[in-house]
Design a protein around this ligand. Structure first.
Ligand code: ATP
Ligand code: MG
Length: 257
């Protein structure tokens, strides 16, 4: 069974069919690319999967369970974490606090547990603290752990967002343009890290990127969207040589294909 399955998923905004009839899925333990020109519907599809907006047709399922009527918090608690195209960090909080916040989204303990210091809660806090330290190590931000997030460089903020998304121990990690604003070297390091996470922890990653060389080298399978529709899907080599895909990119949108 696929980890994430989409069946005829669609959503309109006014007269714009932002996402139309998308049927696809991702299997556990792989790295999947979602690409397409500007305005293709990629971020909207992420918002539909994570519950920020509701589809007006079709269904999204995770481990065979329909997500369509669940809140973003419930969906996150089921094991789906994401980052945003526009960085969303608590700039005044430290790097470490930002990652801690990501770990609390799982919502296994109540406010009361926290206030009375219930034992399970204290153990969970200690586990989370260790986990956060190891994540900061993973994204190479240990040395910045006490600095306000707002003082980090753009590339560092992107890595911090990644650590925060990982703090909830997701099964599926969805990244919306994680390499945007990174230089070639940083994008290369990020690719190495993402592949390592998949290989070593069995994480599944779905990644939106306009950096084509990164997507082509990194992904096991690529889904291509254009004008809300699924245009093509397959391994990177097949997608790269698909005439419809080439035409969609030549017709406008990003030039870095
Ligand atoms: N909340 C909204 N209200 C109205 N229209 C929206 C909304 N969200 C997205 N759209 C429209 O849906 C279409 C798809 O937008 P979306 O942001 O999903 O594209 P994208 O593939 O992520 O593009 P980019 O690569 O530029 O990020 C666009 O026409 C956009 O203007
Ligand atoms: Mg987008």
């Amino acid at each position: 069974m696929a980890l994430l399955e989409l069946e005829g998923v669609g959503r309109s905004f006014g007269g714009v069919r932002a996402v139309n009839d998308i049927t696809t899925g991702v299997e556990e333990g792989g790295l999947f690319g979602l690409i397409g020109p500007n305005g293709a519907g990629k971020t909207t599809l992420f918002n539909l999967i994570t519950g920020l907006i509701r589809p007006d047709s079709g269904t999204v399922s995770f481990r065979g369970k329909p997500l369509t009527r669940r809140s973003p918090e419930k969906i996150a608690a089921l094991g789906i974490s994401r980052t945003y195209q526009t960085i969303r960090l608590f700039e005044g909080m430290t790097v470490r606090q930002n990652v801690m916040v990501g770990g609390h989204l799982g919502g296994r303990y109540s406010l009361l547990d926290a206030i009375i210091g219930r034992r399970g809660f204290r153990d969970a806090e200690r586990d989370l603290s260790d986990h956060v330290d190891s994540l900061l190590e993973t994204v190479d931000l240990s040395a910045r752990s006490s600095d306000p997030a707002g003082t980090l460089s753009y590339g560092e903020q992107r890595r911090l967002e990644l650590a925060r998304a990982l703090a909830a121990r997701p099964a599926l990690l969805m990244l919306d343009e994680p390499a945007a604003g990174m230089n070639g070297r940083e994008a290369q390091d990020l690719s190495t890290l993402l592949r390592k996470l998949v290989t070593e922890t069995g994480l599944t990653i779905l990644i939106i990127e306009h950096n084509m060389s990164m997507i082509m080298k990194l992904c096991d399978r690529v889904i291509v969207m254009n004008s809300g529709e699924k245009l093509a899907e397959g391994d990177p080599a097949a997608v790269r040589n698909d005439r419809k895909v080439i035409e969609a990119y030549l017709g406008g949108g990003h030039a870095d294909a």
